[in-house]
Ligand binder design. Sequence first.
Ligand SMILES: Cc1cc2nc3c(=O)[nH]c(=O)nc-3n(C[C@H](O)[C@H](O)[C@H](O)COP(=O)(O)OP(=O)(O)OC[C@H]3O[C@@H](n4cnc5c(N)ncnc54)[C@H](O)[C@@H]3O)c2cc1C
Length: 360
Amino acid sequence: MILAKRVIVVGAGIIGGSIAWHLAKAGAEVTVIEAGEPGGVATRNSWAWINASWGNPETYFRLRIRSMAEWRRIDREVPGLEVSWCGGLTWDLPPEQLEAYAVEHIAWGYGIRRVDRAGALGIEPNIKQPPDFALHVAEEGKVEPLAAAKAFLTGAEAMGVTILRNSPAKWLEEKNGRITGACINDGVLHADEVVIAAGAGAATLLGSIGLSYDIGAPAGLLVHSKPAGEILHTLLQTPELHVRQTSEGRLVAGADFAGGDPADNPRGAAAALYKKVQDMVVGADQVELDFHTVGFKPTPGDGFPMIVRSQSREGLYIAVMHSGITLAPAVGLFATAELLEGKRDPLIAPYHPDRLLKVK
Ligand SMILES: Cc1cc2nc3c(=O)[nH]c(=O)nc-3n(C[C@H](O)[C@H](O)[C@H](O)COP(=O)(O)OP(=O)(O)OC[C@H]3O[C@@H](n4cnc5c(N)ncnc54)[C@H](O)[C@@H]3O)c2cc1C
C-alpha cells in the first residue's frame, strides 16, 4: 500500500487555501497551520482584481492568463468562491502609453477593446467624467477574497484536511538539511513536506532555519462604502483611483488596486480618497464611507512570485507573492504537481525563491 504524502501548509490565506484544496483533491494528507483565523492577512484586505493587465513581461503575463483560465475551472469545482467576470475598464495611463499597452497585449492575445467616451459610458453609465479613450477587457474579473479563501478551506476540510486555527508556526524543524516539521504550541508536527504560504509572515518563519529572503510587506489602504444598490458594473482603473463594487454592494477603492500609502494618517487618507470616489461616480454621494482597511502585501524583492521547492533545504516548498488573488488557482495546481509528482510547470520556471536569498 502506498501511503499518502503528509504535507503541512503554513498559512490559511488564499494561497494556502488553494494549495491545501488542490493537494487534498490529489490525495495528500494535509494539515493547515494558521496563526489566526482562516482568511489571510493580505487576502481579506485585497482589492481582488483577476487580471493580466499592463506593466509585466510576457512570461509573467502568460502565467497570469493561465491562472485566469484556472479561475474558470475552479469556479465550477468549488462552491462559494464568488467570482464575477465583470470586465475591467482602464484609463490609468496617458493615452500614448495606453495605446502601447493595447498594441503589445493584443499581440499577446489579451482581449482588449478600445473604447471612446460613448463606448465607456455604454459600459459604465455612472462615470461623471468619462474618458475620451479607454480600454475594456471583458475577460477580467473580481472575486470576494475572504469568501474565496474560506471556500477553498471549507472544500479542503470536506476532503479531510485538518485546519489548526490560532496556531502560529514558531519555527521549522530541520534534520540533516531536511525540513521535517513545524513547531506550534502543542509541539512539533511532522510531515514529508512543509509548504510556506504564510504571506508577509514567511520571512520570519524562514529565518528560523537561517534563510533570509528579500520579502517586503508594504501597506495598502482601501476604502469601503456602506452597501448600496448596483452602481458599477465593471472594475474601473482611472488615473485618480481604482474602484469596484462588491457582491454585497460596497464600493471599494484604492489610490490604485494595490491600495494607497496610509502614511501616518490613515483615517484622513481614507476620507480624502472616498471624496474622490464620490466626485467620480454618479450616485456615490448618496452612499457613506463605512470603513477603511490597511493590508500588508507580501512582496518578493523583484515583484515576481516565489513558487518552488527550496533548493537550500529538502522538504520545503515556498509560495509567497503579490497578485496572489489572480494567481491562486494556478499556484495551487502547479504546487501540487511539483510536490506530489515532481513535475514543475514551465510557466513557473522563472520564479525560484533562491534568486532572492540574502543569507543561506
Ligand atoms: C490592498 C491590497 C490590494 C490588492 N489587490 C490585489 C488585486 O487586485 N489582485 C491581486 O491578484 N492581488 C492583489 N493583492 C495581493 C493579494 O491580496 C495577495 O498577494 C494575496 O492575498 C496573498 O495571499 P497569501 O495567502 O499568500 O497571504 P495572506 O493572505 O497574508 O495569508 C497568509 C496567512 O499566513 C498566516 N501566517 C503568517 N505567519 C504564520 C505562521 N508563522 N504560522 C501560521 N500562520 C502564519 C497569516 O496569519 C495569514 O492568514 C492586494 C493586496 C492588498 C493588501
